[in-house]
Design a protein around this ligand. Structure first.
Ligand SMILES: O=C(O)CCC(=O)C(=O)O
Ligand SMILES: [Fe+2]
Length: 369
């Protein structure tokens, strides 16, 4: 029912009416999942975990993970790195300007990332993006080459020079490797959750199209939707693993269309489903809308890792997600991972599209918000 404090939110999938009253998390909205069983030698334990994840992904699309196996010192290091990097003078950071990269990597200054639907809304955050490279993949060896794949989303990372930001590259790639390992392990549980063999996605994750960002949100003076920390959006890839510091800002849209704060919890990551898994699962898993609003008066740092599949992999509804209510024709709708990500990044970074017109769009697949 429409309330007095409602507003209409434009999204890339249509308009929805949301309540502007931010509610506290009751942990039903954003449950905590213990990943201990992910490493269990017993398949039944892993299946049980998969069932729990399946339930949460079909209802909320957001959850915290604990006992994930990532070293807490490494998490501290990456946050220290972010803080150090963003405190550099703007001219040093601009040497890695993301606009100079044809694969959207490098430094984005304040107000240069736009809402997915409204380009007049620039986010009150600065970021540094890196993407997949061989040295960031523990399953590849130094000297291996990026594959000669069709997608033009593979490319090189832009790094600050060692004098400006010592240890930046080595620390960030160490973190990227840890996230990639965790993601590949999680994807096996997702496969079980979808009644598929654990290795089902292995052949589309040999050179996975992943990206990571360091983000700095200066304090936001007012709950002002003209310059939100990050405007409401869904993520593009399979899932995102987010490390937050202790400053609250992340808000998740629940089923009652209210914003719920995802409180930072020490040693936990926040995981959310992205668009690929929603397409793949025929909308069974939810790519949930979220935003960041930092009204704490403190600087906030966060580090998302976006786990995608090989950029030239094709995504269409999984056989296990077709039902009598979903016509087989839905299987004909396909998206190529790299094209989809390029289009979405171009939309938020305002870069001219250079994707050929003939590439399929994900328009046929209905995404309920
Ligand atoms: O910083 C956060 O809490 C969220 C970041 C986010 O949603 C994104 O970068 O896609
Ligand atoms: Fe996001």
């Amino acid at each position: 029912m429409a309330g007095t404090n409602d507003s209409v939110l434009k999204t890339k999938f249509g308009e929805i009416r949301v309540s502007e009253n931010v509610v506290e998390d009751d942990f039903e909205s954003i449950p905590i999942i213990d990943l201990t069983a992910m490493k269990s030698p017993n398949l039944e334990d892993r299946k049980k975990l998969a069932q729990e994840i399946s339930r949460v992904c079909s209802t909320v699309g957001f959850f915290y993970i604990k006992n994930h196996g990532v070293d807490s010192d490494l998490v501290r290091e990456i946050h220290a790195l972010a803080k150090e990097y963003f405190s550099l003078p703007l001219e040093d950071k601009m040497k890695c300007f993301r606009g100079d990269s044809n694969v959207f990597r490098g430094y984005t200054p304040l107000f240069n990332e736009f809402s997915q639907v409204d380009h007049s809304v620039g986010s009150l955050c600065e970021g540094f993006d890196i993407g997949y490279e061989i040295d960031g993949d523990p399953e590849r060896s130094p000297g291996d080459k990026l594959p000669d794949m069709e997608s033009d989303m593979y490319g090189t990372n832009t790094w600050p020079d060692a004098q400006t930001a010592p240890r930046f590259r080595s620390t960030y790639l160490k973190y990227f490797r840890a996230m990639l390992t965790l993601s590949r392990n999680l994807l096996k549980i997702f496969a079980l959750a979808l009644d598929l063999p654990e290795d089902y996605f292995d052949n589309v994750t040999t050179y996975p199209g992943c990206m990571s960002r360091l983000i700095h949100y200066p304090p936001q003076p007012l709950p002002d939707s003209t310059h939100p920390g990050i405007a409401p959006h869904t993520d593009f890839e399979c899932f995102t693993i987010l490390s937050q510091d202790d400053v609250r800002a992340l808000q998740v849209l629940n089923k009652r269309q209210q914003w719920v704060t995802a409180e930072p919890i020490p040693d936990h990551f926040v995981v959310n489903i992205g668009d690929f898994l929603q397409f793949w699962t025929n909308n069974k898993f939810r790519s949930t809308m979220h935003r960041a609003t930092n009204l704490t008066g403190r600087d906030r740092y966060s580090v998302p890792f976006f786990f995608g599949v090989n950029y030239d992999a094709t995504i269409s509804v999984l056989d296990t997600c077709l039902s009598k209510d979903t016509p087989r024709g839905d299987k004909q709708q396909k998206i190529m991972a790299g094209d989809y990500v390029r289009r979405q990044l171009a939309a938020v970074y305002d870069k001219p599209l250079d994707v050929p017109d003939s590439q399929p769009e994900a328009v046929g697949i209905q995404i309920p918000v």
